[in-house]
Design a binder for this molecule. Sequence first.
Ligand SMILES: Cc1ncc(COP(=O)(O)O)c(C=O)c1O
Length: 381
Amino acid sequence: MLTLDVTGAHARLLAGLERKGRARRLIAARGVDFASNDYLALAQAPRIAQAISAALARGVPMGAGGSRLLRGHHPEHAALEMEAARHFGAQKALYFANGFAANLALFSTLPRREDLIVYDELIHASAIDGISASKAKVVAAPHNDAQAVDDAIRAWREQGGLGHAWIAVETLYSMDGDRAPVHDLMQVANRHEAILVVDEAHATGVFGPQGRGLASAYEGRDNLISLHTCGKALGASGGLICAAATFIDYLINRARPFVYSTAPSPLMAVGVREALRMVADTPTLAQDLQERVAFARARLGDLNIETMGNAHIIPILIRDNARAVRVSAALADEGFDIRAIRPPTVPEGTARLRISITLNASEDDMTRMSAALAHTLAKSV
Ligand SMILES: Cc1ncc(COP(=O)(O)O)c(C=O)c1O
């Protein structure tokens, strides 16, 4: 039999990742949850499960059966989008199967060739991929630097830039746990007739009135587009782009990840709608989370563990890739699920543990986790 070495090049690349402590593996959930984005513990909420069971019982199908533009458009998609638009104060909303596809669609479709996209250097990979697929001119701005965004737009205009500028940021950064200067960025956008695109992935359900996010004060403006992912605090999956009706109608016509993809499960649309209702009518969820975040940060502080950010994502800088993996594995042995985040997800030399505070972990869990982390860090220098 003819044997071909078709995998050799990839095997060598994998070995290179292994040498640099960058190899990734699939590891199932282990121990108490300090790793998921299920911030409000809605992934297993009985109320949402019941809404989905009721939908199944009345004949809502699991599969959509096609693209939204063909036979895949189900009344449950439309109902979710109506409710999401109302909830997030937008003219219209559009539901994607996940946040990655939503970001890819948004940035690859809306900015035009004559436009400029200025994006925060720490923005999520899905936005980066969308931006790379865009024909617009692209500039990266230093993290959370509204002045640099302003300067970039001004410089582009001076060089004859004629279209619109798009500003792409996250409101709460997923790997650093810090917040964008949304107010300053909105002012920059207004000054330049630019469009501010906020990815609320880690803020949706957690911050703002009724969990409407960190940019909720600016809802309804034509020059604000928000992305609310549904796989994090909403406990489900999907991505909702909320925007002016014209932008949504354009995406329906032109966004390839929307046009050429099977619609998300109508049952998932039911689950997301119920999750939105839950965050709207149960403000204690977000309040409880804030209390647990304060508790966890205080316990870590008591033990002199240095943390980053100021929200429910608590990164601990380790720097060395291999050490980050070792600490994560040692914590798993003690019953705590805390994952190591390494380059290229974060910049070289900034490997970290990413502690995620959710309602899946009690205050007692947090006290025990903090103690385990302190002695593991001390042991593994
Ligand atoms: C900031 C941000 N945007 C978008 C996404 C993609 O969302 P999804 O997981 O729904 O594909 C993520 C997920 O990790 C994220 O952290």
